[in-house]
Design a protein. Sequence first.
Length: 71
Amino acid sequence: MREAVRRFLFAQLQAKPIKFLGVGEKTDALEPFHPERVASRILGMGDVISLIEEIEHKVDRDEAEKLAKKT
């Protein structure tokens, strides 16, 4: 996360907006940059919104409804 803070500060000095944040080593590890979410991660408050978005992306809604009906 220190790298994210460093890049954020550098971008502020350059007056250019940050569009994406790298969370891994490869290009498939890019995620949209949301400053409030990064700030909450830095402060140790977590990022529930990103977690929910990731789950929605990975889980098929129809399959989840079928599983919910079975219980």
